[in-house]
Design a protein around this ligand. Structure first.
Ligand SMILES: [Zn+2]
Length: 98
């Protein structure tokens, strides 16, 4: 892993973000960053909105369009929910065309 600022490899672990992602700090330039920041986590507000839309039985494609998450991410999220509370969240599984 390299520092996104100076490309140094002198990286140390530096706690965690609010979302539990490990945070790192470059000892060369002092820059703090998380791994793969471009693939940032879906924020809590968006997740809550998605949960509500799932309960309203909106189609995954519609939810993805409205919230701006990828359908692939949504599918994984829904599958995880399925595992957690199978009786409460019923979402028709749709095969994604890869
Ligand atoms: Zn650096």
């Amino acid at each position: 892993m390299n520092c996104p600022e100076c490309q140094s490899t002198k990286i140390i672990k530096y706690g965690h973000t609010h979302y539990g992602k490990p945070r790192f700090r470059c000892t060369h330039c002092g820059r703090q960053f998380v791994e793969n920041p471009s693939r940032g986590p879906i924020n809590e507000a968006t997740r809550i909105m998605i949960d509500k839309m799932l309960l309203e039985r909106l189609a995954a494609a519609a939810i993805a369009r409205i919230t701006g998450v990828s359908e692939r991410w949504l599918q994984i999220y829904v599958n995880q929910k399925y595992d957690e509370v199978p009786q409460q969240v019923e979402v028709r599984k749709k095969k994604l065309a890869n």
